[in-house]
Design a protein. Structure first.
Lengths: 435, 314
């Protein structure tokens, strides 16, 4: 006699869906959406800073003048006019290309999906930073890749660790398909590869014949000096560059892009067509119109100032309020700081206490595929106003103090991390620490 | 035209479950009545909304604190609004697992042995000593869970002494008092109770067979990974005993309208009382709607009948 599983298709799902389950963490994030909660969790850009009148004007003009095009199917590779404009945007990170090298996608997340679809068979190895962007890990998992984390230091991806990871694979007769890296204002680590570091990483990839997938959504959002030159600016054949308007204009429009060598680009276009036929013409042309008629550089500058003020509010409050033993990275741009908790605390286990105290963060475990990261959390400063950030850190400090008391009582400092295992690839990674 | 207000959401860790319960009941109600059915979250605008619109009846489907601890129900009473479900006082008794277990034990029902302690006790007396004593008393494995809360949030099965401390930390993250309970191996069964015009009725028992060791959060809300048998694969005699316990729990705790009692039936056929929920889940994978379905009752009609009962009692 068999019972009911409340899903008649339960035996039909692909193996890769086995990890798609409800989770306590997702349940807690549902509470984080309430206004009472200071959410330092999500990486939502502060789109309220856009001039909505100008945006309305842009959209209105677009629909009046080119509505029949905007509301129609378009090219699978993306609008050629927008691709030309993207060249201008990328010039700021020293990427030069031809409009034909660009594939416009539904956010750079889709570009990530397409690149993985085109390159990776189940079991193929992808090297990623430890920690790495949770959305990329999700894509690599969906294509059943083997993800290997490579240690970072305070300048991002560590070349020595990269060499070691590649050598360890070679010893098994294996080779990684690609290296996924976020060199500028890393999500979640908040660190940035200097130019020397980028050259070293690229040299290793070139020598070992590993494709570099460079994800650069935050490159224009540095707080000091010029935007860092992209790795792609040094190699047009060995690097696929992913860019996005989500953080610089508006995430809701879902427009990103990939710059890829000729052969790869052809395949990306075909893959894109089979996935979505074409990216949204409406969104692309809205961006295009905005770039053509509005002071977009000024907008990015104003975003930078806004995020710098919030970064400062976060760092100052962390400095003033965090219990001893807590460390964090000092981002020079982007949205995130990576916090290391006092020894023995588990950010995932602590999240219910934090949500009850009306503050939310993302536990570090989400940024690893191997169960590491318990002692870390990602704090985002992009969305809450500075005063709310200060209040959030005040609440978080109280939560950590309480959790320290509990951990001291139960002596859980060693027990808590036993499941991450000191032998797992990402667990012995030194925490990025720029303090 | 009457208007009914379904309350869901709130700030408890069960917010998401509650929102799904609320949406499901509201949709079912709309199929059963032409009266107005609205949905609202519990926030700063609620009291104003209730005063202004004065719904004919409120259906609170909040899970966890504020929903099940009686607080919101007391507020509804103070506003003079009829609502479906138990009074604040009764909900409070059911929500506190040690109190509910004590009351059922006094009524002669078997319930697993337990110890419920706040963090301060461990801090003051030394955790290692206290945990060691509890291990000796209850044996291993044992279950650690918050004394208040639902959906198995913060609950862990402890099979070795080494797992005990982190299970305590996990529970204290959800609640100030942790309950350590003897583990009874057996068949997990949920019995839903419904008040009808013909009196109190126990609906067909739902047997729960999770893939995981315990019926945890994932097992509860991921369709496909838990198998349910309705009615439960129990003898008539044991089924009747489970129903008796569920009806008794409903009465002993002073509950009203609907409830769900969870028991474990051990190898000898003895049902052990675990807990009673005054605000049972109503999501797609929840147990109460499965029991209703097995009894040939629709969720919308059932909710509407309870709404009418609530309006009648004022």
């Amino acid at each position: 006699m068999s019972g009911s599983r409340l899903d008649p298709w339960v035996d039909s799902y692909a193996q890769r869906t086995s990890e798609m389950q409800a989770s306590e963490i997702r349940a807690l994030f549902a509470v984080a959406s309430r206004p009472e909660v200071v959410s330092l969790a999500g990486g939502m850009p502060f789109v309220q800073a856009l001039n909505m009148d100008l945006m309305a004007e842009t959209v209105s003009k677009l629909l009046r003048e080119r509505g029949a095009v905007a509301l129609q199917y378009g090219s699978g590779q993306g609008d050629v006019g927008l691709r030309e404009q993207i060249l201008e945007v990328m010039a700021d990170v020293k990427v030069s290309a031809h409009p034909d090298d660009i594939v416009v996608t539904t956010g750079s997340q889709m570009a990530l999906d397409l690149v993985t679809r085109v390159f990776c068979d189940p079991g193929d190895v992808v090297l990623v930073e430890a920690p790495s962007y949770v959305g990329a890990l999700g894509v690599f998992r969906a294509y059943e890749c083997e993800v290997i984390h490579v240690a970072m230091d305070d300048e991002g991806l560590n070349p020595v660790a990269l060499e070691e990871a590649i050598a360890a694979l070679a010893a098994q007769g294996r080779k990684a398909k690609m290296l996924y890296t976020i060199p500028s204002f890393h999500n979640p680590a908040g660190v940035t590869q200097g130019q020397q570091r980028r050259s070293e990483v690229l040299a290793i990839a070139q020598r070992t014949g590993i494709l570099v997938l460079e994800d650069d959504p935050y490159g224009l959002l540095g707080f000091e000096g010029e935007p860092p030159a992209a790795i792609r600016s040094h190699d047009e054949e060995g690097v696929i560059y992913l860019g996005s308007f989500s953080k610089t204009i508006a995430s809701g429009l879902r427009v990103g892009w990939a710059v890829a060598p000729h052969g790869v680009r052809e395949k990306l276009v075909l893959a894109a067509e089979s996935a979505v036929l074409c990216p949204s013409n409406y969104s692309q042309l809205t961006i295009s119109e905005y770039l053509a008629t509005q002071p977009w550089r000024e907008q990015i500058k104003s975003y930078r100032e806004l995020y710098r003020e919030r970064r400062d509010a976060l760092l100052e409050s962390l400095e003033q309020l965090m219990p001893p033993g807590t460390t964090w990275t000092t981002p020079a741009g982007g949205f995130y700081s990576w916090v290391t908790l006092p020894h023995g605390l588990d950010a995932k286990a602590m999240l219910p206490r934090a949500v009850t105290a009306l503050v939310a963060y993302v536990p570090g475990t989400g940024f690893y595929v191997d169960g590491s990261g318990h002692e870390h959390m990602r704090l985002s400063y992009c969305y809450p106003e500075p005063d709310r950030i200060r209040e959030g850190v005040r609440r978080l400090a109280g939560v950590i103090e309480s959790e320290l008391e509990i951990a001291a009582t139960f002596g859980t400092s060693s027990a808590l991390h036993s499941d991450s295992g000191s032998d797992s690839p990402g667990s012995n990674v030194p925490a990025p620490n720029l303090q | 035209m009457s208007s009914y207000l379904v309350l869901s959401g709130g700030l408890s860790p069960e917010r998401d479950v509650s929102l799904r319960s609320g949406r499901r009941v509201a949709e079912a109600l709309r199929l059963s009545t032409d009266d107005e059915v609205r949905e609202a979250d519990v926030d700063l605008s609620l009291i104003d909304h209730l005063r202004k619109h004065r719904p004919s009846c409120v259906i609170p489907l909040l899970h966890g604190a504020a929903g099940e601890d009686g607080a919101l129900r007391d507020v509804l009473t103070s506003l003079g609004l009829p609502y479906v479900g138990s009074s604040g006082e009764a909900a409070r008794l059911a929500f506190d697992k040690p109190i509910a277990k004590t009351l059922l034990a006094r009524a002669g029902v078997a319930t697993p042995a337990y110890v419920a302690l706040p963090h301060a006790t461990f801090r003051e007396l030394g955790a290692a000593e206290v945990l060691s004593g509890i291990r000796e008393l209850l044996g291993l494995p044992l279950i650690v869970k918050p004394t208040k809360g639902g959906s198995a949030l913060g609950a862990s099965l402890v099979k070795s002494a080494e797992e005990f401390p982190s299970a305590m930390v996990g529970s204290f993250a959800y609640s100030e008092v942790a309950m350590m309970e003897q583990w009874i191996a057996g068949t997990e069964v949920a019995i839903s109770v419904l008040e009808t015009k013909n009196g109190l009725v126990a609906l067909p028992a739902v047997e729960i067979v999770p893939e995981a060791e315990i019926y945890d959060y994932n097992s509860r809300y991921t369709a496909g990974i838990t198998e349910f048998f309705v009615p439960a694969r129990l003898s008539d005699e044991i089924t009747a005993e489970c129903a008796r316990i569920a009806l008794l729990a409903h009465e002993v705790l002073g509950l009203r309208d609907w409830s769900r009692t969870d028991v474990i039936v051990d190898a000898a056929g003895t049902p052990w009382f675990l807990e009673t929920n005054a605000a049972p889940g109503m999501t797609e994978t929840s147990l109460f709607p499965q029991a209703l379905h097995a009894a040939g009752l629709s969720l919308g009609d059932t909710a509407l009948q309870l709404v009418q009962r609530a309006i009648e009692r004022g």
